[in-house]
Design a protein around this ligand. Structure first.
Ligand SMILES: [Zn+2]
Length: 141
């Protein structure tokens, strides 16, 4: 289900704002991500780094973990924005993580001015691996 122009504008605003939640003293690369649930809720996340670099977590996974552990389980879109100013796409781990819960989610990658590039996750992660490959039912509709 595509977002309306108003929803896209709101998603861009909230995604750019979510960068302020970032804890990124090592990279100084702040990333915000906001999920849009099927019922229209916005769930924000940001990257959280760690002195043990590998223990950090990206914004997209932070948002998804917040949503899932809040009982929100169906998503139609995710916004991503970084402090780079230009569009930033989700890393490979996040593409896989999003796929578990939202295999056909639309990914909006926002620039500083609110313009965006839209790619469905199915394009960013073709021939993806998921629960059905393990003969497990997909967890969500
Ligand atoms: Zn990532």
């Amino acid at each position: 289900m595509p977002l309306s122009e108003d929803q896209i504008a709101e998603l861009g605003k909230q995604t750019l704002e979510a960068r302020k939640l970032s804890y990124s003293p090592y990279s100084n690369f702040a990333v915000g991500a906001v999920l849009v649930s099927s019922s229209g809720e916005f769930i924000a996340g940001a990257n959280v780094e760690n002195a043990c670099y590998g223990a950090g977590i990206c914004a997209e996974r932070t948002a998804m973990v917040k949503a899932i552990t809040s009982g929100i389980k169906s998503f139609i879109a995710v916004g991503v924005a970084s402090s780079a100013g230009t569009t930033t796409s989700p890393c490979g781990i996040c593409r896989q993580f999003l796929r578990e819960f939202a295999p056909v989610i639309d990914v909006y990658m926002f620039s500083e001015d609110g313009s965006y590039v839209l790619e469905p996750l199915t394009t960013l992660l073709p021939r993806s691996f998921g629960p059905s490959n393990l003969n497990i039912a997909e967890p969500l509709p």
